[in-house]
Design a binder for this molecule. Structure first.
Ligand SMILES: *Cc1c(COP(=O)(O)O)cnc(C)c1O
Length: 331
């Protein structure tokens, strides 16, 4: 499988993940894997946490963005990069561009809240504000990028981005070579596709489980329908998991269909309780998307008793007030 594996009608060379590992080494930290005694006792398994929020931009998104941008030619880099994400991916692209000293344009709609706008500005990105929703901003991003010869850094549906996220899987193979199950927050599917490709190329019997919020789980319904669907977005604590998978999805839909063993859904109360539980057990403060993995442990018969389980704690971009509001009912 190291030489690539067919997935539906696409072919993904998992060797790209090993290449990504050396390419991004100077930008991305190898993150710790810690054992959680509290969660292990509560769920009768050996529960480990992969602390991806330790990255400089507080989420794993740096891995994929760095791998994509570092794969561009010198000339392409100097032309500049662009993206249309307001969240962790936008931060990651802005950060990598700043480190490399190349121009980056982030396309956002007029509706993006001021905190986020200020945070992106602080990273030195050129903010292009357009339209009253993120779809318009995305369309405009592609149009301008074409005219200006900027490279668009996709948030998840790109082989270099998927390979970058997959480097988490390579670290897990070193840190816990006998793992049984990995539980991964799931939105567009770049994170889970990369991890599943890396793990299953070495440990084909390992299980990879995706978690989304009940409100608008686009990948879950797309898998059910057998094709990408669009859902209305609902407010959620797991705001980093909002957004569709793209009706013309090229990679992640098929990769998830092929390599992910199961996708489960969790409700808002369980996400908040998960955030509180991580704080109480480990003194870690994380965002809702990351806590979906803890919420998932409550699902009946999901994990084998005494098995070795890894939860991907994907990010911690949440302000103090929202964090306190979310957890206070569960302390
Ligand atoms: C983007 C993101 C995810 C989901 O990653 P996908 O590749 O879109 O599935 C999970 N957690 C956090 C914190 C994120 O920023």
């Amino acid at each position: 499988m190291k030489n690539g594996s067919p997935a539906g009608n696409i072919f993904f060379d998992s060797g790209e993940i090993w290449k990504a590992k050396s390419r991004i080494a100077g930008f991305v930290d190898k993150t710790p894997l810690i054992y959680s005694a509290g969660l292990s006792n509560a769920f009768r398994a050996s529960v480990h946490l992969k602390l991806e929020f330790i990255q400089p931009t507080r989420s794993f998104k740096l891995r994929g963005a760095a791998n994509m941008i570092l794969s561009l030619s010198e000339e392409e880099r100097q032309q500049g990069v662009a993206t249309f994400s307001t969240g962790n991916h936008g931060f990651a692209v802005a950060y990598v561009a700043k480190e490399l000293g190349i121009p980056a344009a982030i396309f956002i709609s007029e509706r993006v809240p001021e905190v986020k706008v200020n945070n992106l500005r602080a990273l030195g990105a050129n903010l292009v504000i357009y339209g009253d929703n993120q779809d318009d901003a995305e369309e405009y991003c592609y149009k301008k990028a074409k005219a200006e010869s900027w490279s668009v850094v996709e948030p998840f549906d790109d082989p270099k981005v998927i390979a970058g996220q997959g480097t988490i899987g390579l670290e897990l193979l070193e840190q816990i070579p006998d793992l049984d199950t990995v539980i991964v927050p799931l939105s567009g599917g770049g994170l889970i596709s990369g991890i599943a490709l890396a793990l299953k190329s070495v440990l084909p019997q390992s299980r990879v489980i995706g978690v989304s919020m009940k409100g608008s789980p686009t990948m879950y319904y797309s898998l059910k329908e057998g094709k990408p669907v669009i859902l209305e977005e609902k407010n959620t604590l797991a705001d980093s998991l909002l957004g569709g998978i793209g009706l013309d999805n090229k990679y992640t839909f098929q990769l998830v269909r092929r390599y992910v063993d199961k996708v489960i859904l969790v409700n808002e109360e369980a996400i908040a309780a998960g955030m509180a539980s991580l704080f109480k057990n480990e003194r870690l403060a994380v965002e809702g998307a990351a806590a979906t993995t803890i919420a998932a442990l409550g699902e009946k018969n999901l994990i084998e008793p005494n098995s070795r389980v890894v939860l991907i704690i994907s990010g911690s971009n949440i302000d103090s007030k929202s964090f306190i509001n979310a957890i206070k009912a569960y302390l």
